[in-house]
Design a protein around this ligand. Structure first.
Ligand SMILES: [Zn+2]
Length: 372
């Protein structure tokens, strides 16, 4: 797993004029049959210009032998950044499919990974019952377990028979007291886990009774992060848990994207701290006023970027309007906007849902919420 910090560090890494290879390759079991993924990699290499192939040949052969020797450890896809002259080698194994690609440039190709970070939130899952609690993190279609809490001193419920009504009541209260203590302890630990992992959305799982008791002691701050509740057996496997929480997550993300796109359109029409359209977005990025950049997948804007000051525009210009320096043609200004947004610590969200994507494209395909 990787997070935003890792990618930001990679973007800041100083390659000077050294070429870094960025590889995104599906290596799922069917791609591994008869080493199909190796031929895919070789074909990607052929798409590079010959002089670049030549410049990067050591990196290319290093990646090829890596693909040969590490196949047993692969998940569904692998991402590699390799730059031998700068002694850089980064590998990520992901449990989802990516578009195969190989890029050789003096900067690493990171936007597919930023897209993933924006498309896939981190979700915490808290699975409780009266004695135990388990913590999970769901991210990029994968689930990891981060710990278990057990409170053995919570007394068990006795059979009903043989107890006088009064004694039973007192006993129930005794149990309640212990369960509350257990839940309070869990909440404290879970809160720490959420902060540590920077998790903003969560799902609470367990028997209805325990979940509602838990809800009664949660802080409002945590309650606001909850996107769903589900009944899951306490010994459930990671895979079973993932299967139950994925539909909740998908439903939540769909609703959220729809709201984001609607808010962006409405507010930009009212000039209420939001703009839509590539040239406006670039303008406000230059003024460092963007709080959150909203764009869609697979959208391309050709344009020009100034070599001197970074000024970018979709208009055809020969020299930079700001500093007069030379401009270079850019195949896709979206990359530039994402780069600029991240430099000023703005959030980036990439809309995935097809309908919301179409709706945003009608209005210009890219927009931003502004700080002021
Ligand atoms: Zn310039």
């Amino acid at each position: 797993m990787f997070d935003r910090k890792d990618l930001e560090n990679l973007e800041k890494f100083n390659f000077n004029d050294a070429y870094v290879l960025s590889l995104f390759l599906n290596v799922s079991p069917q791609d591994r049959k008869k080493q199909a993924y190796i031929s895919k990699f070789k074909n990607l290499v052929k798409t590079l210009k010959e002089d670049i192939q030549d410049r990067c040949k050591e990196d290319i052969s290093k990646i090829e032998s890596f693909l040969q020797s590490e196949r047993e450890s692969f998940k569904k896809s692998v991402v590699v950044y390799s730059c031998i002259p700068k002694d850089l080698w980064i590998r990520y194994d992901l449990n989802l499919e990516l578009k195969d690609s190989l890029v050789a440039d003096t900067t690493p190709y990171t936007s597919p990974l930023f897209d993933l970070l924006d498309s896939y939130q981190k979700y915490g899952v808290l699975l409780v019952d009266k004695r135990t609690a388990r913590f999970f993190l769901v991210f990029l279609g994968d689930i990891e377990e981060y710990g278990m809490v057990m409170h053995e001193d919570v007394p068990g419920k006795h059979k009903k028979g043989g107890w006088f009504a009064l004694a039973e009541k007192r006993y129930e209260r005794h149990i309640d007291y212990h369960v509350k203590g257990h839940l309070k302890d869990i909440v404290d630990r879970f809160d720490g886990f959420l902060k540590d992992k920077n998790i903003r959305r969560l799902i609470v799982a367990g028997p209805d009774e325990t979940v509602s008791e838990l809800m009664s002691i949660l802080s409002d701050e945590i309650k606001l992060k909850i996107i769903g509740k589900v009944n899951i057996e306490k010994h459930a496997s990671k895979e079973e848990i993932l299967e139950k929480v994925v539909p909740i997550i998908e439903k939540y993300e769909k609703t959220k994207e729809k709201e984001t796109v609607s808010e962006l359109i409405t507010r930009s029409l009212k000039n209420n701290n939001a703009v839509i359209g590539i040239d406006d977005v670039l303008k406000y990025l230059r003024e460092r006023r963007v709080r959150k950049l909203i764009t869609v997948k697979n959208l391309i804007f050709e344009g020009f970027i100034c070599q001197g000051c970074g000024f970018a525009t979709t208009q055809k210009v020969d020299c930079c309007k700001e500093c007069g320096d030379c401009v270079m043609k850019s195949d896709n200004l979206i990359e530039k906007t994402i780069e600029m947004a991240l430099e000023q610590s703005a959030e980036v969200e990439v809309i995935k849902d097809e309908r919301d994507r179409e709706r945003l494209i009608q209005y210009g395909g890219i927009g931003a919420f502004l700080r002021f």
